[in-house]
Design a protein around this ligand. Structure first.
Ligand code: 13P
Ligand code: SF4
Length: 298
């Protein structure tokens, strides 16, 4: 069986498989660790494995490489990219910084090393609220996700410029999705990821990261939940809560890039040691400062 061969190779090569909650159930089930961006970064930073097979999208594998430069980090499908991470680049950020030298630059991990390298601190959806509010008396720039930025700006009345990037999956959610889901499931609580539009977030019972959503649903005494994030999360939700009911907010909540990785790709990555992530050492050093600061502050 393919899973047995993966387990054998993992042991032989002292490799660890990290999978984001948005991966297919089959991949989550073969992974050593499943988590959100923050948790997977933390694991990458402290693992004593020689090799990390990162089942997610490339900014996540790149982050793992920056935090664990001595490890071999593999991305099973090299085309697995996050479109949001491509909505800002080094040049555009340099131009902004030149005009606004007094703003603290806060960078969502859904970004590339060259952008993190020019930032003061990174955040994920798990720790953005804590880290951004700790700068509340300063002027800030938040890159590149406008929805998470606008959500915190509105909640805390912050002096923060917001980059106009977005997640094409969460940003597509509409009022009609909520209206239809609530009409079908009137007793369900609404849990939404902060990459979604602000007017929808304001109607949620809980706004949080993928891990936050899993924890909230697991601890809650409620029995039914409408889930406003990518549908890979339905697997860990249902696994941890077999007696509860989960309904996806929209059938559009499927990240093409996250779903590119198949179990055969994981096996191939382990067999051939592809596709190895590399980061220019100077860029990695500067990006690591922003990531380390995030890990310290979260
Ligand atoms: P999390 O940090 O909540 O796992 O989110 C990552 C992501 O890409 C959401 O679209
Ligand atoms: Fe990027 Fe959105 Fe896919 Fe997350 S769900 S990886 S933010 S495109």
């Amino acid at each position: 069986m393919i899973q047995d061969e993966i387990l054998r190779l993992k042991k032989e090569k002292n490799a660890v498989i990290l999978a984001h909650y948005y991966q297919d159930a089959e991949i989550q089930d073969v992974a050593d660790y499943i988590g959100d961006s923050l948790e997977l970064s933390r694991i990458a930073a402290k693992t004593d494995a020689d090799m990390i097979v990162f089942c997610g999208v490339n900014f996540m594998a790149e982050t793992a490489k920056i935090l664990a430069p001595e490890k071999k980090v593999l991305l099973p499908v090299k085309e697995a990219l996050c479109p949001m991470a491509m909505m800002i680049n080094r040049q555009k950020l340099l131009e902004y910084k030149e005009k606004n030298p007094d703003r603290v630059v806060i960078c969502y991990v859904n970004s590339y090393a060259e952008v993190k390298a020019l930032s003061d601190v990174c955040v994920t959806s798990s720790n953005a609220e804590k880290i951004i509010t700790s700068y509340k008396d300063q002027k800030m720039l938040y890159i590149p996700d406008k929805n998470l930025g606008l959500y915190l700006k509105d909640k805390y009345n912050l002096d923060i410029d917001i980059w106009p990037g977005f997640c094409c999956i969460h940003n597509n959610l509409r009022q009609i999705d909520i209206d239809e889901a609530k009409a079908k499931h009137p007793n369900a609580l609404l849990l939404i990821h902060p990459e979604s539009p602000l007017d929808l977030l304001k109607q949620a019972d809980f706004v949080g990261s993928t891990k936050g959503i899993v924890e909230y649903a697991t601890k809650s005494p409620a029995k039914e939940f409408i889930i406003g994030t990518e549908d890979g999360i339905m697997h860990p939700l249902q696994k941890a809560n077999p007696d509860k009911k989960f309904y996806i907010l929209s059938t559009g909540l499927r990240c093409y890039d996250m779903k590119l990785t198949k179990i055969e790709d994981v096996l191939h990555a382990l067999q051939e040691e592809v596709h190895e992530i590399t980061v220019d050492p100077e860029t990695a050093k500067a990006a690591k400062r922003a990531l380390d600061k995030m890990l310290e502050m979260s």
